[in-house]
Design a binder for this molecule. Structure first.
Ligand SMILES: [Zn+2]
Length: 150
């Protein structure tokens, strides 16, 4: 049975992070840990990693209504640092994500994210941080995620 894509536009943070594959968000929706994280945009808070130091558009926009690429300061020091960290630790680039959103649109991006990060066994999303499916309790190898073709 084909599951519908659980990733909504609201779950794509201004920095290009897909909150739907964040372990804190997945813990929250799977009610496994005492995580209260509903995703960066839904929290209507400043991003903990970037926007505390942001001097650009997401500093002035209360709801983080825009993507970082819409900012005159993009790519700033903060997003470069986050991008380095995610590329190194999780083989994911928020700047590539933003690039995809800018060039091909949010719908296409969301579609590809779902194909890339769904569990091959059950179709639920896996965490980018530990590559774990909360339903099956299995861990997908990084290389499997990045060798997916679609
Ligand atoms: Zn699974």
């Amino acid at each position: 049975m084909q599951k519908s894509n659980p990733i909504s536009e609201q779950l794509i943070a201004p920095c290009g992070m897909n909150c739907a594959i964040c372990s804190r968000y997945l813990a929250y929706i799977n009610k496994l840990k005492r995580s209260q994280c509903v995703g960066c945009r839904s929290k209507h808070e400043r991003c903990t990693y970037l926007f505390n130091k942001c001097t650009g558009v997401n500093n002035t926009s209360q709801d983080n209504a825009v993507f970082c690429f819409e900012c005159g300061e993009y790519p700033c020091k903060q997003i470069n640092r986050m991008d380095d960290r995610y590329r190194k630790n999780y083989m994911m680039s928020v700047k590539s994500n933003l690039d995809c959103i800018k060039k091909r649109g949010i719908d296409k991006f969301i579609d590809e994210q779902y194909k890339k990060y769904r569990c091959s066994k059950c179709g639920e999303l896996i965490s980018i941080h530990n590559r774990k499916c909360f339903q099956c309790d299995i861990i997908t190898r990084l290389v499997e995620i990045h060798n997916k073709e679609f």
